[in-house]
Design a binder for this molecule. Structure first.
Ligand code: G6P
Length: 450
C-alpha cells in the first residue's frame, strides 16, 4: 500500500501467501518469491505470517502481529543467476531435466560419510534420543511431492524398519489427528509454500508430532515452521511440471533412511557403506540415462496422437508410474493413468486395445518376473508396450514394442533413473502437440490456496 499523504512510504503485509523484502543497494524490492529479486540482490528478508513491513528511503521496519517491531534475519540466496536463464534449451522443463546429474549431486554434497556408512544431516535437528523414539513416520505432500513420498515409504521401511504412512496433505489435515507417541511427520514440498502441506504440518504438530521438511526453497514457510529438515539444493525450478525436485526428493529420502537406519542400528556399517557408494555413483548414472533422449524424442513422435495412456509399475516403481502419468497429463493434456502393475487385472485391463500405449516400469528387481507376466497380459490384448528396463536385462522384444534401457543400480535407488525417460517422453510429446510446456493451462507452480 502507498499512501497519498506520504508517497515515499510503502506498507506491505503478509497474509496467507509468502512475502519477502529484497535488500538491494539503494533500493528495496518486495516479492512473493526470491527468484523475482535475484537479478537485483541476493539479500532477502522473509516475512512471517501476520508481519507488516514499512519501507521508506531510509530503511525498512518489520512489525509483528502485535504491532511490535521485530528483528527478521537477512538471508543470503545461494542461487546462481544462470539457473534463471534458459541458456541453450528450448524450455525450462527440458533444462531442468538435463540439470539432474548436477542437482542430484547437490542434494548429496557434503552429506555422505563413507567410513561410517551413513549420512550427515545437520539441519534435521533430531537427537539420537529422538531417532530412537520414532515409532511411526507420516509423510505428507501434494502432487509430485506426494509421489516422492510413496517412493519414500518403500525406502524408509526398508532402511529403518519404521512403519510409514503416506498422506495427501489435503486429506490428512481434515481428518482426526491421532496422538501416537513417537510419530515423526515428514513434509515434502518443492516450494515450501503449498497451503495444504503447511496446514498438514500445523495439524501434525498440534497432535504432538515432531515435523521435518524436505524442501527446495530456502527460507520458505514450511522450512521455517518445521523443527528441522533437509534442503534439496536443486536450485530454482521454473517449469510448472516438477522434474529435478522429484529426483532430489528421492535422494533426500534415501539420505534420511540411511541416517535413521544407521542411528537405529537397523542397517549395519557394511550395508551403509554399500548404499553410500551407490549414492556417490548416482549423478553419473543420471547423466548416462539422459543419453536416452533421442530415443524418447522418436517415441514421442510415434505416440503424440494417443488419446489415453497407461503407466504400470510395482514397488518403488509404482509411484514412478503415477509420476509418469502425471507428467503426461499436466503438459500434453493426454489422459493418462498410473496403476500398480498387478492391479491392472482388477479393472484397467478392460481399457486395453490396439490404441492403448502402456508404459511398463520393469527394471531388474525382485518383482521383475511378475512384471513380465503383467506385460504378457497386455500384449495378449493388443496394447502397445513401452518397457523401461535395465541395461543387461534379458531381451524383451518378444513382449515389448519398444525397450528403453536405464543403467543398472540397486533397486531401492532405481526410481531416480526410471523416472527420467518418462519426463523426457512427456516433454517431447507435449512439444510435438504444440503445448506450452512451461506454463500448462490451469496449473500453478505454487499452490498457496487450499
Ligand atoms: C503444484 C505443482 C506441482 C507440485 C505440487 C506440490 O500442483 O504444479 O508440480 O508437485 O503443487 O508442490 P510442492 O511445492 O509442495 O512440492
Amino acid at each position: 500500500m502507498i499512501s497519498d499523504a506520504d508517497p515515499q512510504k510503502i506498507v506491505v503485509a503478509r497474509r496467507g501467501s509468502p512475502l519477502l523484502i529484497g535488500v538491494g543497494v539503494g533500493e528495496y524490492l518486495v516479492a512473493s518469491d526470491a527468484s523475482a529479486v535475484l537479478a537485483h540482490t541476493r539479500s532477502v528478508v522473509y516475512l512471517d505470517e501476520g508481519d507488516v513491513a514499512v519501507l521508506t528511503p531510509e530503511g525498512y521496519r518489520v512489525l509483528g502481529r502485535d504491532a511490535r517491531p521485530q528483528d527478521r534475519l537477512v538471508d543470503d540466496l545461494d542461487w546462481d543467476l544462470d539457473t534463471l536463464a534458459l541458456g541453450s534449451h528450448a524450455h525450462f522443463m527440458l533444462k531442468e531435466i538435463c540439470e539432474q546429474p548436477e542437482t542430484v549431486g547437490h542434494t548429496l554434497r557434503g552429506r555422505l560419510v563413507g567410513v561410517d556408512g551413513t549420512a550427515r544431516l545437520n539441519g534435521l535437528n533430531l537427537s539420537p534420543g529422538h531417532c530412537a523414539r520414532i515409532r511411526r513416520i507420516v509423510i505428507v505432500g501434494c502432487g509430485t511431492s506426494w509421489h516422492a513420498g510413496l517412493v519414500g515409504r518403500c525406502i524408509l521401511e526398508e532402511l529403518t524398519g519404521i512403519p510409514v504412512e503416506v498422506e495427501y496433505a489435503s486429506e490428512y489435515r481434515y481428518r482426526r489427528q491421532l496422538r501416537v507417541p513417537g510419530t515423526l511427520t515428514v513434509a515434502i514440498s518443492q516450494s515450501g509454500e503449498t497451503a495444504d502441506t503447511l496446514e498438514a504440518i500445523r495439524a501434525a504438530r498440534a497432535a504432538g508430532s515432531m515435523v521435518v521438511g524436505l524442501v527446495n526453497v530456502v527460507g520458505s514457510t514450511i522450512a521455517r515452521e518445521a523443527d528441522g529438515g533437509i534442503y534439496l539444493h536443486a536450485g530454482p525450478e521454473i517449469g510448472v511440471a516438477s522434474t529435478k525436485a522429484f529426483t532430489s526428493q528421492i535422494v533426500a529420502l534415501l539420505l534420511l533412511g540411511l541416517h535413521l537406519g544407521r542411528r537405529r542400528e537397523q542397517l549395519d556399517v557394511e550395508d551403509g557403506q554399500r548404499l553410500v557408494a551407490a549414492l556417490r555413483s548416482l549423478p553419473d548414472l543420471v547423466a548416462r540415462t539422459l543419453q536416452l533422449e533421442p530415443q524418447l524424442r522418436e517415441l514421442a513422435r510415434q505416440y503424440a496422437d494417443a488419446r489415453n495412456a497407461l503407466y504400470l509399475g510395482r514397488g518403488v516403481n509404482f509411484p514412478v508410474a503415477l509420476e509418469g502419468a502425471l507428467k503426461l497429463k499436466e503438459i500434453s493434456y493426454i489422459h493418462a493413468e498410473g496403476y500398480p502393475a498387478a492391479e491392472m487385472k482388477h479393472g484397467p485391463i478392460a481399457l486395453i486395445d490396439e490404441h492403448m500405449p502402456v508404459v511398463f516400469l520393469a527394471p531388474k528387481d525382485q518383482v521383475y518376473a511378475k512384471t513380465l507376466s503383467n506385460m504378457q497380459e497386455v500384449k495378449a490384448r493388443g496394447g502397445h508396450i513401452i518397457a523401461i528396463t535395465t541395461e543387461g536385462n534379458g531381451d524383451l522384444r518378444h513382449l515389448a514394442d519398444h525397450e528403453v534401457r536405464v543403467p543398472a543400480c540397486p533397486p531401492l535407488l532405481s526410481a531416480v533413473l526410471t523416472v527420467i525417460p518418462l519426463q523426457l517422453l512427456a516433454y517431447h510429446i507435449a512439444v510435438q502437440r504444440g503445448c506450452d510446456v512451461d506454463r500448462p493451462r490451469n496449473l500453478a507452480k505454487s499452490v498457496t490456496v487450499e
